[in-house]
Design a protein around this ligand. Structure first.
Ligand SMILES: [Zn+2]
Ligand SMILES: [Zn+2]
Length: 344
């Protein structure tokens, strides 16, 4: 009889259960991984609520995963049972122009492991061996679980160009905004203002090193930000991506400055002040996920101690309480909620 494993099945936010399925078997060039820690992402709660444009329900989540190699398929023998790895969940074609130029995060046929394929919120799962990175010695599994969430901000910050001595505004102090703050600081930003609606989240941003944290709904937000930064911002990271936040970004950024859209926008049309974009030579650029280079930067950032793990990881739940982990993740007072897996 084949071994049965537990795997999380999400039908809706109120219907998150464990399904029992046969243990997967690694194919050629694949690894069988035993999950140790897996994060709940904003995209997961978005998907569970039925709002994610690219994740159809029901689905099997888990793309921020740390695991231990249980078996290596043919061709994947570079890895041995017991090796600790994190997954890089972007599954790309390798053939399209974007892939061939190294920008496989925007592959024309991009799929995300654990979003469009069954994920790692399970006892065991299989994944191509080229989609994992070894966890450096000395990095805990909890720290390793933050590499994927940090890689997106690292990629976004790299898009903004050299931040040395620059002034920055981060709109939104959720998990991504807080990690953009850390990545921007690490990249040399001189002064950083963070905005959020909630005082608790603003306090956390300040504990994590923001020079100032401003209420996102202040009518004089631009004046307050200018006062704190000594003028309009060189770069604004919009981690909210709604009509109001892009209007604020346009207001806050300096002439010739850059707006990086990090948040997932609502489907459909969002108005922007095209007159100001043109007149002030403002650059607006989107950013999606990351590549392996961003993973390596994220790992070195975490290894350097630049990320206060205790401020970021605010709750952990065992796999059997995955529904509670999703519920907690919706709570705006939580930052990153993790699921730990101890085996069946
Ligand atoms: Zn994610
Ligand atoms: Zn491609």
């Amino acid at each position: 009889m084949t071994e049965q494993i537990r795997r999380v099945l999400v039908r809706s936010l109120d219907d998150i259960t464990l399904e029992e399925v046969p243990a997967p078997v690694p194919g050629d060039d694949e690894l069988l991984l035993r999950t140790t820690v897996v994060g709940v992402c904003g995209s997961d709660t978005h998907a569970a609520a039925g709002h994610h444009p690219f994740i159809d329900l029901p689905y099997r989540p888990g793309h921020e995963a740390v695991g231990v190699v249980a078996a290596a398929g043919k061709g994947a023998e570079d890895f041995a049972p017991g090796d600790r790895v994190i997954i890089e969940p972007n599954l790309y074609c390798g053939r399209c122009p974007q892939c061939r130029s190294g920008r496989y995060n925007i592959c024309q046929e991009l799929k995300v492991f654990g979003c469009q394929t069954p994920g790692a919120m399970a006892d065991l799962f299989t994944i191509p061996a080229d989609r994992v990175h070894r966890v450096p010695d000395g990095m805990t599994d909890i720290e390793a679980a933050l590499v994927e969430p940090l890689a997106t901000p690292v990629h976004a910050v790299a898009k903004a160009g050299d931040l040395t001595g620059r002034t920055v505004v981060v709109l939104g102090a959720g998990p991504i905004g807080l990690l953009v703050l850390a990545a921007a600081r690490h990249a040399g930003a001189a002064r950083i203002a963070v905005t959020d609606l909630l005082p608790g989240k603003r306090d956390r941003a300040q504990r994590l090193g923001a020079d100032t944290a401003l209420p996102a709904d202040a009518t004089d937000l631009a004046d307050q930000a200018h006062a704190a930064l000594g003028g309009p911002a060189d770069v604004v990271f919009d981690c909210v991506a709604r009509e109001q936040s892009i209007a604020q970004a346009t207001d806050l950024v300096t002439k010739g400055g850059t707006i990086i859209v990090v948040g997932v926008g609502a489907a459909g049309t969002t108005p922007v002040r095209l007159d100001l974009i043109q007149d002030r030579e403002i650059r607006i650029e989107g950013t999606l996920m990351y590549t392996g280079d961003d993973y390596r930067t994220a790992m070195s950032l975490i290894s350097s101690g630049a990320i206060d793990t205790a401020e970021i990881v605010t709750a952990t739940y065992p796999l059997e309480d995955a529904a509670k982990a999703f519920a907690a993740s919706v709570d705006p007072e939580q930052v990153k909620v993790l699921v730990t897996v101890d085996g069946p």
